[in-house]
Ligand binder design. Structure first.
Ligand SMILES: [Zn+2]
Length: 190
């Protein structure tokens, strides 16, 4: 019964079983979790109202909202659409309170959004592909205190984020630039 032509070709079910035989149990568990389980968190890009207000402020000549022209491909991330601005594209540079006032960890820092209207990142159940490297992930409690920070050094960001949410005290996570510390996007539990 195994001598038919079809049986000589690997079947999808065989592949899955073989894969699991080749990886250690822990890694297999992680891979299975990523393949089979929907993410238990969602990506939260900058609200459209914030991006639109920043564009309006820059247009009025506000000193803390300025237009900048991107001059390199991976240096001007738009926090609204979660794409890098291409060289030659204009962005608005302005201060954003990623942690609002009133907490010990309150923090305002510089961010960019595209100067022209762009579509807010919609695939909130998928990690944004353009930010798989160069990010640090900070876990915060519900009272906005940092409890842990991890860089995804060779680990997929989804695994790092899932581990941070494994701590029941983690209320939300920030993805930030690992070099500049600038806020990129938030991640919340689903
Ligand atoms: Zn954008």
């Amino acid at each position: 019964m195994l001598n038919t032509a079809a049986s000589r070709f690997p079947q999808e079910s065989d592949y899955r079983i073989r894969c699991l035989n080749f990886v250690d149990a822990a890694l297999g568990e992680v891979r299975l979790a990523l393949v089979m389980k929907p993410l238990n968190f969602r990506i939260v890009p900058l609200p459209s109202e914030v991006a639109e207000a920043a564009r309006r402020m820059a247009a009025t000549g506000a000193p803390d909202h300025v237009f900048v022209t991107a001059d390199s491909p991976l240096a001007f991330p738009c926090r609204h659409c979660l794409h890098w601005a291409a060289p030659g594209e204009r962005v608005v540079l302005f201060p954003y309170a990623a942690i609002p006032p009133g907490y010990p960890y309150s923090e305002t820092g510089p961010i960019f959004v595209h100067a022209k209207a762009c579509q807010r990142y919609k695939a909130t159940n998928e990690y944004p592909s353009e930010f798989r490297s160069g990010r640090v992930f900070r876990a915060y409690t519900s009272d906005h205190r940092i409890i842990e920070a991890k860089v995804a050094n060779g680990t997929t960001p989804e695994v790092v984020i899932e581990n941070l949410f494994g701590n029941p005290e983690t209320a939300f996570v920030h993805a930030r630039s690992v070099t500049h510390g600038c806020y990129t996007f938030a991640i919340e539990r689903t």
